[in-house]
Write a protein that binds this ligand. Sequence first.
Ligand code: SF4
Ligand code: SF4
Length: 336
Amino acid sequence: MHEIMAGRGPCLHHLFYQEKEMIKEFALNNLHILRRLTQLTFICLLLLAPSLDLLRYDVAANDLYIFGQVWELGLGSEFYADPTAFGSGYVAIRILLKAILPWVIVLSIFPLLGVLLGRTFCGWACPEGALFELADSITLKLLGRRSIFGAKPNDPPGAKGGKFKYIVLSGIYLFIVPPFFGVMIAGYFIAPARIWQEIITLDPSFGLKAGVIGVSSYMFLSFIFVRHTICKYFCAAGLMQMIFGWASPVAFGIRFEKASFSRCTDCRQCEQVCFMDVKPRGREDINCVNCGECLSVCTRELGADCGLFTYSARHRDGDGHGEKIAPDGCRPVAMK
Ligand code: SF4
Ligand code: SF4
C-alpha cells in the first residue's frame, strides 16, 4: 500500500482493472453454470413467492399481498366524506400513487429490459424458458433430436448408451412436475395454508382443482409440442423485450466478430447449442435470448481471448455487429 501511495507499485486504477478483468474472465468461463443458477433462482422465486407473501392475491379475502404487506389504497370511507377541493385532491393523489403508478412501473419493466438488455431476461431468468430447455434436452437424450416432430440441421449429437434413465426422467417431467407447479401456482390466488389443508384432508376445493388441472394441462402440452415457439411468437413479455430490444440503439447482447471470420473453424457448435434456432454467425436475430451458450463453445473451440463472440452494447455499424474483439494473432486451436 505504501508503495502504491509512494507511486512505486502498481496504481490503484491498474489493480481495479486487473480485478475487473479477473471477474470478467471467471464469469465468461462459467457462463453456463451462472445461467443455470440464475434460472434456478427464478424458478424458486416463482414457486415460493405466494408462500412467502412476496406476491399473491387472496381471492377469498380480496387482499393483495406484496412483499409481506397487504396493499391498500388507504382510502377509508372517511376520506370520501370530505367534499372540499383538498379532500378530493387527496383521494386523487392516493389513487395515482397507490394504483396507477405501480401499474405503470410493472408494465414498463419488460420494455425497459428490452431497451437495455434485449431478450436477456428470456435466456437467463424466465422459468418457462428454462423448463423448455430441459424438455429439449430430455428429448435429445431420448430421440437424438430436440423436437418430437423431426430432426433439425442444428441438432446436437444425442446421448449414447441406455435410454432407461431418460424414460424415467421424462415420466417424472411430464406427470409429476406439472401438477406440482399447479399446486404452487394456485397459491397466487388461494392462501397457501389453505391449499395444504385441502391437500392433507384430501378435500380439494373447486379453485384448487381448476388451478392444478389448468396449469398441468398447459405445461404438459407445451413441454411436448410447443416449447420455444411460445417464446418466439406468443409470450407478451418476450415480444415486448424483442421489439424494444430490436429498436434500441444501445441494447446489450451477444455480438459476433464478423471481421475475424477467418478464425472460424466451421465446427458449427455455436449453431448446435442454440435452442432458439438462431444462426449465431449470421445477422443479428430478434430471437436471440443472449444466453451466451454460443460464446462458451466458441471460446472452448478457439481458445481463451480468441472466441468470436462477445457480450457488448449494440453499435449501429451497418449490420449491427461489433468491432474486433480479439487480437489478430489468435489462431484456431483445433482446425477441422
Ligand atoms: S445466438 Fe447464442 S446467445 Fe443467442 S440464443 Fe443462440 S446460443 Fe444463445
Ligand atoms: S463455434 Fe466458433 S469456431 Fe465454431 S463454427 Fe461457431 S463461430 Fe466458428
